[in-house]
Write a protein that binds this ligand. Sequence first.
Ligand code: GUN
Length: 289
Amino acid sequence: MVALILDGTSIARELESGLITRVENLKKKSIITHLVVILVGDDSASEIYVKNKQIMCQRIGIRSTLVNVDDDISQDELERIIDEYNDDDEVHGILVQSPLPEKIDGLKIASKILPRKDVDGFNPINLGRLVQGDIGGIIPCTPLGIIHLLEKTGVSLEGKRATVLGRSRIVGMPLSLLLAMKGVDATVTIVHSRSVGIERICSDSDILISAIGVPNFVKGEWIKEDSIIIDVGISRIEDSGKKSGYNIVGDVEKTANKIAGWITPVPGGVGPMTIIKLMENTVRCSELS
Ligand code: GUN
C-alpha cells in the first residue's frame, strides 16, 4: 500500500478565501490588518521563511512590515522596537523570527510582545492558557496547522497513541498539549534526545509527528502500518546530482510512504500550513483589536 498524501499546499489554499473575506470585512470597518515581522540578522533560511510569510500576507490582503535588524542588536534595543509596535494601534500582530542570536533571550522577547498581538502564541500568557486547556488564546501556528492536517484525515484521535519527536517551545510542547486536550484525547508520548527505545515507541505509534530537524532520523522500518506521519523537519543535504547542489529532506525516510496510511510531503506539508495559520492568527488579532 502507498500512503495517502496530506497535501499542505492545497489544504492551506482552501483556507485562503475565508481569510480574504475576513480581511475585507475588517477593511469595511476601516481596520487594515497589519503584521510586523522582525528579522534579526541574515540567516538565509529565516529570510526565505519571512519572504514566504510576506507573500502570503499580500495574497490575503494583510499589510506586512518587515523590520530587519543587525544580529549585534542589544536585548534592550530589540525590546524597545517591540514596545514601539505594542503601542502602535495600527499594528495587530508582531512576530520575531527564530532562531535568534545566542545573546538574545528569546523567552524575554516572547514575554515582551503583548498577548493580544502575539501571533506566534509564544507569550507565557498564551502558552499558559493552552496548558490550562483554554483554547481562547493565541495558539502557536505549526501545532495548529498539524491539528488541521490530522483533522483532514477524518481519523478519530481519541485513545490513539501519538508520539511527538522534539520538545521545542515552537512545536513539540504546544502540539503535545493540543493532542492530549479534552476533545482530541490522544495518548501522547514526547520523545527527546535523552529518550531510550525510540524505535519501539515509534513502531507502536498510530500518529507520529517528527519535529527534530535531523534528516532521515525516523527509519522506514520504524513506521506502524496505516499510521499517520507528520514530518515537520526540513533540512538541506548536499546532492551533487541536483542542479541546486542540494536536496530538501524531512526527518522521516521516504520509504515510510510504503507503510504509513497518511503522510505529509517535504516540502509542501507542514510548511504551508504554518504560514496559513499565522495568517489566521493575525486576522484573529485584528478582529479582536
Ligand atoms: N522559526 C521557525 N518557525 C517559526 C515560527 O513559527 N515562528 C517564529 N517566530 N519563528 C520560527
